[in-house]
Design a protein around this ligand. Structure first.
Ligand SMILES: *Cc1c(COP(=O)(O)O)cnc(C)c1O
Length: 404
């Protein structure tokens, strides 16, 4: 086992060595600029890119012409939201999203608000789900875009994308899906699910970092987005800049592998997650699951441990690479906005730990993690007077605390 044990696959995944192998020629002898039309180096680069485009398209049931390469899901989401608002803002200025979205979505929504957009941020229930009736009610004649994530990166809850797509389609509203956590993990079919725009990240599916894709529907309806980056007109003018051929080839290979192995990998991850969850909860009480018990990412387990301190917990978990709250916000001591939105109390939000299992996680590693978690939490609770009082049946809410 390699320490610390990597259990943070919702934050990033290690690159698959088969992906590295596919990229290698494009990092060395096949170095051509894919836009060079006049010689073999350019053609070679272009060939690599077009193969990758087909591989990414196949993963989500799209046409290769509908795939645009970007630097990652953050950029894809920016293009989707800002580009749609710029293009369709005349038609209507209302956009619907959700409070538990990734910052790339929330900050893009804030940006268009500054430029005249009206944005509805749908709330979530205690399991992280939105109310589809509330979504329908939020729609106005001004609504041009619904932007929602397929699954949440922090607590794993999956939105019913197919049902939401149907609602959007009926009303003639564009539907953008942030699939950074689900592309290559859960089946996605852009036609069956009535998705118009979709964002993908390379490094969340065992591909390289700094590469992503954006699916833009070309028919029924034909979606037009305004570019965010201007320049040489690459990628049908939507995303200028010399293509990162090796990374694109890597993303293509990663997509191909994910498609081929998705079903078996999901079964394996579910079994590992069950082993982790059972292992911990058989030995510890007062452990709370954050997010939906079944409608959740197969590789994600987010738990809160009552009667311990968040920082002490993380100190005790030094041999485990896990994340406390969201990786993106864990630099601050603010409790996670996602957990807050689900109504998780401050105390439990501070002791929430996200375990993100992955393609390379082993049973042995999970068993080690169980032992480490159980041992640490037991040790910390032995020192906790609150836990002792709770075990003695004292209702802590009824205790009159002396302010000193
Ligand atoms: C990781 C992630 C992003 C951002 O992706 P990058 O490729 O790192 O920019 C966006 N949304 C979700 C749900 C993510 O998990």
């Amino acid at each position: 086992m390699k320490f610390p044990i990597y259990l943070d696959n919702n934050s990033t995944t290690p690159i698959d060595l088969r992906v590295v192998e596919a990229m290698m020629p494009y990092l060395t002898e096949k170095f051509g600029n894919a836009a060079s039309r006049s010689h073999a180096y350019g053609w070679e680069g272009e060939e690599g890119v077009e193969q990758a485009r087909a591989q990414v398209a196949a993963l989500i049931g799209a046409n290769p012409k509908e795939i645009v390469f970007t630097s990652g899901a953050t950029e894809s989401i920016n293009i989707a939201i800002k580009g749609a608002y710029e293009m369709y803002g005349e038609k209507g200025n209302h956009v619907i999203t959700c409070v538990t979205e990734h910052k790339a979505t929330l900050d893009s929504a804030k940006y268009i608000e500054k430029h005249g957009a009206q944005v509805t941020y749908l709330p979530v229930d205690s399991l992280g789900q939105i109310d589809l009736e509330a979504l329908k009610k939020a729609i106005t004649p001004q609504t041009i875009l619904i932007s929602l994530m397929h699954a949440n990166n922090e607590m794993g809850t999956i939105h019913p994308i197919g049902e939401i797509g149907k609602i959007a389609k009926e009303k003639g509203i564009l539907f953008h899906v942030d699939a950074a956590q689900t592309a290559g993990k859960l089946p996605i079919d852009v036609n069956q699910m009535s998705i118009d725009i979709l964002s993908i990240s390379g490094h969340k599916l065992y591909g390289p970092k700094g590469i992503g894709a954006l699916y833009v529907r070309r028919s029924n309806p034909r979606v037009r987005l305004a570019p965010v980056v201007h320049g040489g007109g690459h990628e049908r003018g939507l995303r200028s800049g010399t293509l990162n051929v090796p990374a694109i080839v890597g993303l293509g290979k990663a997509a191909e592998l994910a498609k081929a192995e998705m079903a078996s990998e999901t079964q394996r991850l579910l079994a590992l997650r069950e082993r982790l969850y059972r292992g911990i909860t058989q030995e510890l009480d007062e452990v709370y699951l954050n997010g939906h018990p079944t409608e959740r990412l197969p590789n994600n387990l987010n738990l809160s441990f009552a009667y311990v301190e968040g920082e002490a917990l993380m100190m005790g978990f030094k041999e485990l690479a896990v994340s406390s709250g969201s990786a993106c916000t864990s630099a601050s001591l603010e409790p996670s906005y996602v957990l807050k939105a689900m109504g998780v109390g401050e105390d439990l939000a501070h002791t929430s730990i996200r375990f993100g299992l992955g393609r390379f996680t082993t049973e042995e590693e999970v068993d080690f993690a169980v032992k480490k978690v159980v041992g640490t939490v037991k040790r910390l609770r032995e020192m906790s007077p609150l836990y002792e009082m709770a075990k003695e049946g004292i209702d802590l809410k009824s205790v009159q605390w002396n302010p000193h």
